[in-house]
Ligand binder design. Structure first.
Ligand code: ATP
Length: 512
């Protein structure tokens, strides 16, 4: 299966098993908006809990808030979003399809990178143990040719980005013969700027309604509450404020399922520090956040840092944590050193003094900020894409199993009586009563045991517990583990501890 096909199958699976539905589906959907179903919401909540507890419980100096989506419109002037939250858009005149000019160029560069990696893989296969990768990359003519092409386009792209030179974006697209995937032509319009903020009005028109925005990030709700939290929480620098909430962006192109949506959720943490210490803290937060990801067991090789070459004018360091999605390595989380840009601007625009008095040094300053910002939905997609596995079985059939990290699984345990009679359902209900206070569960008595196992595999349930006739006499049940399909007899009273060991969020946090 190609990566594209795999992605389509995954989207269909998510719908079939109640993870994610297109929004307003019976009205033919709403572009780039999705709803979470009965399984999806639990997976999403588990991810949010893992992040929230890791931030606010494991760090004494980080507290959480929940600020409103509507905010004073001046906030978005102060933050720079009214003036500069733009994407460069370009239209293909033949297909009438719209694209982000920067994404077209980045995808083109990505394809060259793929070609290089394919060459290297070929070399590795050909030379076996004696393969010297560094030498191969430095001398193979195909690699060198592609690398030279990549360097040339990349240098032009970085220069155009720095200079905000949109005519050059278009020229790069034309020179590289980047065509529209729909029409296959290179017939492009000029590149234009497009502001991504949604707006609406507050108050009746008679009162003189105010234009307000749906927040495009949750971070500003943290900055404007900096003084409130610092004072009421008696927080001492360094300290952080964390928040999870919805954000809205009128994305130009939104074609990758929940990777890029118009309504999405962010988990953001702003860490307030003394000016001059930011690069140390930046390094520390890079490590901390990478550890949080790798701790889930989805393979360290599937993550990488991508340091920004072009920094926003207020930032002095920025990196992305990229994940190996089915469509390549793409941004999952951003970590930014934002200096005192936001607090400084809110001070200017609001006229309120936003400073921290440092009692040890007897001085006041506007704190600097390190931000960590991750999209909940992108994290859900990372988990789903990584977990989806099709596996051959001994009997020649296949099973689809979602190898979701057990603490994140929507359902932790399924309880099933072998047959619907002989007192087995009653005993199974007793097992449910044992477990339901600690774990999300499903009770299932329909169809053959094999079919029931398949259903649980498809939603990623780590354990299936079967009650059979022997259970009535020996008080034991058969526990089947999702990944290995191994079965073992376990005493009913030992079930709780056994399941807890594997699915516990606490244990996951302990490993951080
Ligand atoms: P991109 O370059 O992919 O547009 P960004 O750099 O604009 O992302 P940030 O503003 O840094 O993203 O937002 C922080 C995080 O929020 C991102 O790492 C991503 O996980 C998430 N995010 C941003 N935009 C979207 C979106 N439209 N849909 C889903 N998640 C998003």
């Amino acid at each position: 299966m190609t990566q594209d096909e795999l992605f389509k199958v995954l989207v269909a699976h998510c719908k079939e098993y109640g993870f994610i539905f297109p929004s307003s589906e019976i009205y033919d959907g709403l572009a780039a908006v999705y709803d979470y179903g009965q399984m999806g919401v639990q997976l999403k909540n588990n991810i949010k809990n893992y992040w929230w507890e890791a931030m606010t419980r494991l760090n004494e100096n980080i507290v959480g808030i929940d600020s409103a989506i509507f905010m004073h419109p001046r906030i978005w002037e102060a933050s720079g979003h009214v003036g500069a939250f733009n994407d460069p858009l370009i239209d293909n005149k033949d297909s009438k399809k719209r694209y982000r000019a920067d994404v077209l160029i980045e995808d083109y560069l990505g394809k060259i990178e793929e070609k290089i990696e394919k060459e290297v893989a070929k070399g590795r296969k050909k030379f076996g143990d004696s393969f010297d990768e560094a030498q191969f990359r430095a001398t193979n003519p195909n690699v060198l040719r592609e690398k030279a092409k990549w360097d040339e386009v990349h240098n032009r792209y970085v220069a155009a980005e720095k200079a905000n030179d949109f005519a050059e974006y278009r020229q790069i697209i034309i020179d590289c013969n980047i065509v529209c995937p729909i029409s296959g032509t290179c017939n492009w319009t000029e590149v234009r700027q497009f502001n991504l903020m949604f707006s609406t009005s507050m108050g009746s028109t008679a009162d003189g309604a105010n234009l307000i925005y749906l927040r495009p990030e949750t971070a500003q709700g943290i900055f404007v509450n900096y003084l409130n939290v610092q004072k009421t929480g008696r927080m001492k620098i360094p300290f952080g404020i964390a928040q999870i909430g919805k954000a809205f962006r009128n994305e130009i192109v939104a074609r990758q399922f929940i990777f890029r949506m118009r309504e999405f959720e962010q988990m953001e943490m702003q860490f307030f520090i003394k000016p001059g210490t930011e690069l140390d803290w930046f390094k520390k937060w890079k490590e901390t956040r990478m550890k949080w990801h790798v701790n889930l067991g989805m393979g360290a090789e599937n993550y990488r840092f991508h340091d920004h070459e072009k920094l926003a004018h207020y930032a002095n360091a920025a990196t992305d944590i990229e994940f190996n999605f089915p469509f390549g390595f793409k941004e999952l989380e951003g970590i930014h050193s934002r200096t005192n840009f936001d607090l400084g601007n809110h001070q200017k625009f609001s006229g309120k003094k936003i400073e921290y008095f440092d009692p040890e040094e007897n001085t006041s300053y506007t704190p600097y900020v390190i931000e960590t910002s991750i999209g909940v939905d992108r994290m859900v997609l990372a988990v789903l894409a990584h977990s989806y596995t099709v596996e051959p079985l001994e009997n020649g059939e296949e099973r689809v199993v979602m190898r979701i990290p057990a603490p994140l699984a929507p359902i932790k345990v399924a309880v099933m009586p072998l047959v619907k009679k002989d007192g087995l359902p009653e005993l199974a209900q007793k097992v449910v009563d044992e477990l339901k206070y600690d774990f999300s569960y499903q009770y299932d008595e329909k169809d053959s045991i094999g079919k029931r196992y398949r259903r649980q595999d498809a939603i990623g349930t780590p354990f299936c517990v079967t009650v059979d006739h022997d259970s009535l006499n020996d008080g034991c049940v058969t526990v089947r583990e999702r990944d290995t399909m191994k079965q073992e007899r376990v005493k009913i009273e030992d079930l709780r501890d056994m399941i807890e060991k594997k699915v516990s969020l606490t244990n996951l946090l302990r490993n951080l």
